[in-house]
Design a protein around this ligand. Structure first.
Ligand code: NAD
Ligand code: IPM
Ligand code: MN
Length: 364
C-alpha cells in the first residue's frame, strides 16, 4: 500500500518522539512492503519562528495532500508571552478545526509491566482498559466571544445539538466494539451546555439499545478515575473536561508518555499525536518516552489505513520492550533498565524484526 503522511514534529520533545515514530513506520514499511511518503511541515513555536504563524499555509497544504497527519507536540516557554494568534497552541487548535477533527480518541490501558511505576496501588490500576472520547472542535476552546480587557476576560462555552450528537454517536459506536458501556461526563447540575449534553445522550441511546449508559458529574468522575478506573469502558465528554481527565488518567499507566491519541472525523481522515505536550523540562536531552508517539502511529495505521496487523505488531513490540524492563526515565523504578529515547526505539525496532522473523517462520 502507498500512503502519504504529513509529519509535523512541532516543538520541544515533539521532534524527538516523532523521529522515533517515523523510524518505527519505516521499519514497518520495509517489512510489510508498504510505501510511506513522508511530508515534513512545521507547526507551533518553530513555525512562528520560521514563518511568523503557528500554522503556515504550506503546512495545511501538506496535510491536505496527505492521507493522515502525524504530530509531535507544540509549545514552550519561549512563546508563552506571544499574543494569542502567535501562540504555538493556536496552531494545534486551528489544525483540528480546519480539518474538522471533532473526535479525539484517547485509549488508556494499564500495562502489566508498568504497574509498579504507577503511583496508584497495583490492585487499582491493574487491567484498566478504557477509552476517553473527547469532543475536540468546540466548547470553551472555540466559543465566541473570547476576549480580554484590562479589567476582565471572557471565554464562551457553547455546544450545538449537532456537535454533541456526532461525538456521542462516535462514543456509542466505539463502545459497541468493546464492553458496551458509555459513561457520559458532564456538569449538568450547573451548566446549560451540560444539560443539553445529557438530553442528547438520552435521545441517542435509543439507537444503541445494546449499549449501557450512565451519566456522571465531572468532579465525581475525576475521583472515580483514580479510585475505581476499571469501572470505565468508554467515557465521552466535552473538550475541556476531556483534556483534564485524560492527563489524570495517564497516571494509571505510569506516565503521560504512554498515552497515544487519534483526532478523527467521520470519513476516517485523522491526526495522530501523543496526549502529552512538548515537555520543556526534558526537551533536547534524549530522555523523552517515545511510546505515546509510536502508539499514535499504530493508531494511524489502524484507523486511517486499515492496517490492523501492522498496528498490532507495533503495539506488541512496545509492550514486549517494556516487559523486558526497558523504559525511559519517567517510568524508572525497581527492576527497570532506564535507557535513552533513541535506545528505546532501537529496542522496539529489534523487537519488530524479531516478531516478523518468527511470523515468517510460522507461515513458511
Ligand atoms: P507536558 O505534557 O509537556 O509535560 C508534563 C510533564 O510530563 C513534564 O514533567 C514532562 O517532562 C512529562 N512528560 C510529558 N511527556 C513526556 C514523555 N513523552 N516522556 C517523559 N516525560 C514526559 O505539559 P506541560 O509541561 O504542562 O506543557 C508544556 C508545553 O506543552 C506547554 O506549552 C503546553 O501548552 C504544551 N502542550 C502541548 C500539547 C500538544 O501539543 N498536544 C499537549 C499538552 C501541552
Ligand atoms: C492536548 C493539549 C492541547 C489541548 C493544548 C496544547 C492546546 O493540552 O492536546 O491535550 O488543550 O487540547
Ligand atoms: Mn492536554
Amino acid at each position: 500500500m502507498k500512503k502519504t503522511i504529513a509529519v509535523l514534529p512541532g516543538d520541544g520533545i515533539g521532534s524527538e518522539v516523532t523521529d522515533a515514530a517515523v523510524k518505527v513506520l519505516q521499519s514497518i514499511a520495509m517489512r510489510y512492503g508498504h510505501t510511506f511518503h513522508l511530508k515534513h511541515a512545521s507547526i507551533g513555536g518553530s513555525a512562528v519562528d520560521a514563518h511568523g504563524t503557528p500554522l503556515p499555509d504550506e503546512t495545511i497544504a501538506a496535510c491536505e495532500a496527505s492521507d493522515a497527519i502525524l504530530l509531535g507536540a507544540v509549545g514552550g516557554p519561549k512563546w508563552d508571552k506571544n499574543p494569542a494568534h502567535q501562540r504555538p497552541e493556536k496552531g494545534l487548535l486551528n489544525i483540528r478545526k480546519h480539518f474538522d477533527l471533532f473526535a479525539n480518541i484517547r485509549p488508556v490501558k494499564a500495562v502489566p509491566a508498568l504497574l509498579g511505576s504507577s503511583p496508584l496501588k497495583e490492585e487499582v490500576a491493574k487491567e484498566v482498559d478504557m477509552v476517553i472520547v473527547r469532543e475536540l472542535t468546540s466548547g470553551l476552546y472555540f466559543g465566541e466571544p473570547k476576549r480580554r480587557t484590562e479589567k476582565a476576560a471572557v471565554d464562551t462555552l457553547v455546544y450545538t445539538r449537532q456537535e454533541i450528537e456526532r461525538i456521542v454517536d462516535q462514543a456509542f459506536e466505539i463502545a459497541r466494539g468493546r464492553r458496551g458501556k458509555v459513561t457520559s461526563v458532564d456538569k449538568a447540575n450547573v451548566l446549560e451546555t451540560s444539560k443539553l449534553w445529557r438530553e442528547v445522550v438520552e435521545e441517542r441511546k435509543a439507537f444503541y439499545p445494546d449499549v449501557e449508559v450512565e451519566h456522571m458529574l465531572v468532579d465525581s468522575a475525576a475521583m472515580k478515575l483514580i479510585t475505581d478506573p476499571r469501572a470505565f469502558d468508554v467515557m465521552v465528554t466535552e473538550n475541556m473536561f476531556g483534556d483534564i481527565l485524560s492527563d489524570e488518567a495517564s497516571v494509571i499507566t505510569g506516565s503521560l508518555g504512554m498515552l497515544p491519541s487519534a483526532s478523527v472525523r467521520s470519513d476516517g481522515y485523522g491526526l495522530y499525536e501523543p496526549v502529552h505536550g512538548s515537555a520543556p523540562d526534558i526537551a533536547g536531552q534524549n530522555k523523552a518516552n517515545p511510546s505515546a508517539a509510536i502508539l499514535s502511529a499504530a493508531m494511524m495505521l489502524r484507523h486511517s489505513f486499515g492496517m490492523h496487523t501492522e498496528a498490532a505488531t507495533i503495539e506488541e513490540a512496545v509492550m514486549s520492550v517494556l516487559e523486558d524492563g526497558y523504559c525511559t526515565g519517567d517510568l524508572s523504578g525497581a527492576g527497570k533498565r532506564v535507557v535513552s529515547t533513541e535506545r528505546f526505539v532501537e529496542k522496539v525496532i529489534e523487537e519488530l524484526e524479531r516478531e516478523l522473523v518468527s511470523e515468517h517462520i510460522m507461515y513458511s
